[in-house]
Write a protein that binds this ligand. Structure first.
Ligand SMILES: NC(=O)c1ccc[n+]([C@@H]2O[C@H](COP(=O)([O-])OP(=O)(O)OC[C@H]3O[C@@H](n4cnc5c(N)ncnc54)[C@H](OP(=O)(O)O)[C@@H]3O)[C@@H](O)[C@H]2O)c1
Length: 332
């Protein structure tokens, strides 16, 4: 029934690691559509590590998620009814109104994809923010050059696995870090030769130094913590760091490198970035990524949970390392 929807709500703010008890599934009855409104059935939604930050009562680049309200996140869906001339039944639309099956929204909260891709979930992963983040971090922040050595952490995850492949296309040597044998095997399949299984490594700084005896030119940080420490220790003078994410610190109140002094001694550039500041280059990126995928230059993998009720589990799996590639929830 298209007027009933299930949504995932935040019922309490996590203290440390999030758990199932922080979420509940609620059923809601949708109102009839008002003028300029559109009803959408979500087909796929994304779960993302940054949402852990939004579960804190703290204003950042995005406002905090509200207790008792549905969560928000990227989703792709299909218009099922429209009271707006810009959208017709059957249109594929993107929104930040994931974590629910069906919803009514003003047309301004929706957008049509700029470029077509072969299946809709790609708008959330390889051709969406995930791939775009990898591309911006390497091309705009690090400005990676052929022949350079780059260290990429969280390398078998959504952003990391795409970053490894783009870095290789840009002519760099990649040293990747990820946890576990399955992820190691996946990175090998992607053509990454130098891999650190950090879960089996006692001294990450030493392991990185052994794989890059002359140092690294660049670091793409998805993890922070000991990974950032290791990158600082192995950085060459004037190395460039793209600070994309620090998932190892998201459940903690304080996280930071113990050897930041190296940034001064080695005159490093450490730049945080946020993909939404680079939307003007999204169309160009998707065209390029479509071409790379068609040519077999970039491959992608998805870990899929099915059904809205599995969304909290999918989110929690990001923090226990149970996804390879992009974690998605299939809704319809
Ligand atoms: N700046 C931006 O605009 C932007 C955009 C998108 C994402 N991000 C950030 O980029 C990073 C990657 O995002 P993603 O979407 O690609 O997620 P992802 O890498 O697929 O996230 C989950 C992976 O993170 C690793 N992980 C989890 N806890 C860890 C810990 N304590 N220590 C080390 N690794 C841990 C796990 O892999 P292992 O099994 O290998 O541990 C897990 O599979 C995140 O930090 C995210 O916040 C930033």
């Amino acid at each position: 029934m298209e007027h009933l929807s299930r949504e995932v709500r935040l019922v309490s703010r996590p203290n440390g690691a999030s758990t199932h008890s922080n979420f509940e599934i609620a059923e809601v009855e949708l109102q009839p559509l008002g003028s300029g409104e559109v009803r959408v059935r979500n087909t796929w939604m994304s779960v993302d590590p940054y949402m852990r930050g939004r579960m804190r009562d703290y204003e950042s680049y995005l406002p905090p998620l509200q207790i008792g309200k549905a969560l928000e996140g990227a989703a792709v869906g299909e218009v099922v009814e429209s009271n707006d001339p810009g959208f017709a039944t059957g249109d594929t639309v993107l929104s930040m109104l994931g974590w629910r099956d069906v919803f009514n929204a003003p047309a301004a909260a929706l957008r049509k994809p700029e470029v077509e891709v072969s299946s809709p979930e790609m708008y959330l992963g390889v051709c969406g923010s995930t791939g775009h983040t990898a591309y911006i971090g390497l091309a705009d922040v690090i400005k990676l050059q052929p022949g350079q050595i780059i260290f990429i952490s969280g390398a078998a995850g959504a952003v990391g696995s795409i970053a490894c492949q783009i870095a290789k296309l840009m002519g760099a040597t990649v040293i990747a870090s990820a946890g576990g044998a399955e992820k190691r095997a996946y990175l090998k399949q992607l053509g990454v030769e130098k891999i650190i299984d950090y879960k089996k490594t006692e001294n990450l700084s030493q392991a990185l130094a052994e794989l890059a005896p002359s140092g690294i030119d660049a670091y793409f940080d998805n993890v922070g913590g000991d990974h950032l420490d290791a990158a600082l220790a192995s950085a060459k003078t004037f190395a460039r760091f793209a600070l994309c994410g620090m998932i190892s610190g998201y459940d903690k109140t304080v996280s930071g490198p113990s050897n930041l002094l190296m940034a001064i001694e080695k005159r490093l550039l450490l730049q945080g970035f946020f993909v939404l500041d680079h939307l003007s280059r999204r169309g160009e990126f998707i065209e390029k990524m479509n071409r790379w995928i068609r040519n077999g230059d970039v491959r992608y993998r998805e870990t899929v949970e099915v059904g809205i009720e599995r969304a909290p589990a999918a989110f929690l799996k990001l923090f226990s390392g149970e996804n390879v590639g992009k974690m998605l929830v299939k809704l319809a």
